[in-house]
Ligand binder design. Sequence first.
Ligand code: NAD
Length: 245
Amino acid sequence: MTQKCAIVTGAARGIGLATAKLFLEEGLRVAIVDWDTDELNLHKDLPDTLLLDLDISKPDDVTAIFERTLAWSGRVDALVNNAGIAEFGPVNNTDFAMWRRVMQTNLDGTFLCTQAAIPSLTETKGSVVNIASISGLRASTLRVAYGTSKAAVIQLTKQHAAELGEHGIRVNCVCPGPVRTKLAMAVHTQEIIDAYHDAIPLNRYGSEREIAEVIAFLCSDKASYVTGQIIAADGGFESTGVGLP
Ligand code: NAD
């Protein structure tokens, strides 16, 4: 099979779905992984896609992602570790169960998928893009679990890039600013929305497509000498240091 193949986790909606659609436009086949069966089934008529109803935080499910993708496409050229959950709350209201839920998907899932991808990406000299967040670059209130998980994803990116370069595998990270997805709008109060508009030099939220374009660039041969990089796609938020509530 010569057609390139990408695996995008958490791609039933939001930034992951926009990324999957952009890869399809570029001629790749795409394995769409998501644990939300209803959202996943909305895409069963998309050509050149494999829908995988699996949980990236479970080792057996991650093994299945790669076995089933390889049986379908014969190769993996790109892995986008996009699946994520956000739960916000002050430190005193962040119980251990919430902390673990956030870490299991955002951090454990990213670790497990990348480790499972190493044999196939070694064959194709492929690449990994992790999706962290501006909340992993800078601390603000309510994000003790989410922000810490994303800061860990940033460090994981550097660790993996340092070790996997000798296999020809590039590993980079995109830190999106706010995008009006289901995840964000569940935790962004009006106060947070207003603060972002003021703090972001471009004075607006980003779109799913604007994030997908950066991910696709990092996966492409145009980025063939780029690895271990953390790129904020955030309308300039990180560059200013203006705070949030
Ligand atoms: P979203 O909720 O629209 O999409 C996330 C998808 O991941 C969902 O379809 C969900 O079902 C899936 N998912 C979650 N946990 C999973 C698991 N364990 N196994 C399989 N699938 C799982 O959210 P989004 O905003 O598109 O988020 C995509 C990524 O971007 C996340 O990692 C998020 O943290 C990050 N991000 C988003 C924003 C934003 O403002 N939207 C900002 C910064 C970073």
